[in-house]
Design a protein around this ligand. Structure first.
Ligand code: ZN
Length: 113
């Protein structure tokens, strides 16, 4: 239960610390990335408290985590000041999706310890 609560509280705390001007949207975007656990539906049993998600479920493997890191970092590199507001907004969402997924993977990894 603590693990599930952390999937809500850590994104909230990160949003409050680093995205204060739009912390509500940032929190929602990061929490919504929990949908990544849809890959548990491919496993049998779907939920096993003794199983480590990292490296087992397809969206919790190293190649997927690399993509999440790129989603997080790339928007910081490619966004330009003269980009339109809608482009900057889309880029910010991608950045937060990447961050939410990285937080999710970190929390799942801690749960494996
Ligand atoms: Zn997970």
């Amino acid at each position: 239960m603590i693990h599930i609560a952390l999937h809500f509280t850590v994104p909230l705390l990160v949003a409050l610390a680093f995205y204060r001007s739009h912390w509500r949207n940032a929190t929602v975007i990061m929490v919504v990335t929990m949908i990544v656990d849809v890959d548990h539906l491919l496993a049998d049993p779907i939920y096993d408290p003794d199983r480590c998600s990292i490296g087992f479920h397809p969206l919790h493997t190293a190649p997927a985590i690399v993509i999440y890191a790129v989603l997080f970092v790339l928007p910081l590199i490619v966004v330009r000041e003269n980009d339109s507001k809608s482009v900057r907004s889309a880029v910010r969402v991608l950045h937060l999706v990447g961050l939410g997924l990285l937080i999710h993977m970190a929390l799942d990894w801690i749960d494996c310890r």
